[in-house]
Design a protein around this ligand. Structure first.
Ligand SMILES: [Zn+2]
Length: 282
């Protein structure tokens, strides 16, 4: 149902390529190196967002095999239970036994669900439109879809506490990604502040260690978060924060708006060229 996400064989060649041609370093070394000019050439950091258990079950063995450090940004409200709204919608539509979906309360039209491709498209349409709804409206839409599809299983997709601790024990850094993954611009300042600070507190208690870095949900400056949220992240005591704007991190850049991107290229050549373009800003 997620055709654009890398599978494990793609992830393996991506990591092999990073290990062969780039200097994959931990975030703290990269940030220190950016500040004092000692960052090695072709430096890359690997990060994962949200806190899916596939990081522990599938990615970790490959990261360990190639000795690659990484950081995982976790939404603390889903540790060990529950599923994010988008995954619940995907699960409902995957298990739907009807041939088409026509939701009475929203104007998506009739969404065909005949083939896997149709279901993928239906999910894209619904999730793309629902992303910017207020959290309570998004939750009621998700429930409506689950009821309409007669599928209401919460897929067991998220990291548990013991998996988080195992990641830390394997040298993976844990960062915060709010509690419930709201788009910060869509919630009140009070709620945004709580989401940011509470995720740090819960994660630090869970791993019994520092949570130094933050990633903004969805991550586009001006659309998903703004300077109010940057200040909240600083006030909560984070040392740096990450967006989803494409590109490399530069010296003298803002440590609370560091660029990242998802290099989901299909071929090693395209993936490698993209990384070099980010690194050299071309
Ligand atoms: Zn996220």
């Amino acid at each position: 149902m997620l055709p654009n996400d890398p599978d494990i064989s793609t992830f393996r060649w991506q990591m092999q390529l990073l290990s062969s041609f780039f200097n994959v370093i931990p975030l703290d070394l990269a940030l220190a190196g950016l500040r004092d000019g000692t960052i090695p050439p072709r430096a890359v950091c690997i990060t994962f967002d949200d806190g899916y258990r596939s990081i522990h079950d599938l990615a970790l063995p490959i990261l360990l095999e190639y000795e690659l450090p990484a950081t995982v940004f976790v939404s603390s409200g889903y540790i060990g239970h529950g599923a994010m709204w988008n995954d619940r919608i995907i699960e409902a539509i995957r298990g739907f036994e009807g041939g088409s979906l026509d939701l009475p309360s929203v104007d998506f039209g009739v969404l065909s669900c005949g083939t896997v491709l149709d279901r993928q498209k239906a999910c894209e349409t619904i999730i793309g439109s629902a992303k910017y709804l207020a959290p309570d409206l998004r939750e009621s839409l998700t429930r409506e879809i689950e009821m309409h599809c007669k599928v209401s299983i919460e897929p067991n997709l998220m990291l548990t506490k013991s998996m988080l601790r195992a990641l830390v024990g394997s040298g993976i850094e844990i960062g915060a990604h709010t509690v419930s993954h709201p788009i910060l611009s869509n919630v009140s300042d009070e709620s945004a502040r709580r989401e940011i600070a509470e995720s740090k507190r819960v994660l630090e208690a869970t791993i019994d260690g520092d949570v130094r870095y933050f990633a903004y949900p969805n991550g586009k400056f001006g659309k998903d978060f703004d300077l109010r949220h940057v200040k909240m992240v600083k006030d909560a005591g984070f040392e740096a924060a990450f967006t989803s704007s494409s590109g490399g991190a530069a010296m003298l850049g803002d440590d609370y708006q560091l660029c990242r991107c998802m290099p989901w290229d299909r071929s090693p050549a395209a993936f490698g060229i993209r990384l070099f373009r980010w690194l050299y800003g071309v």
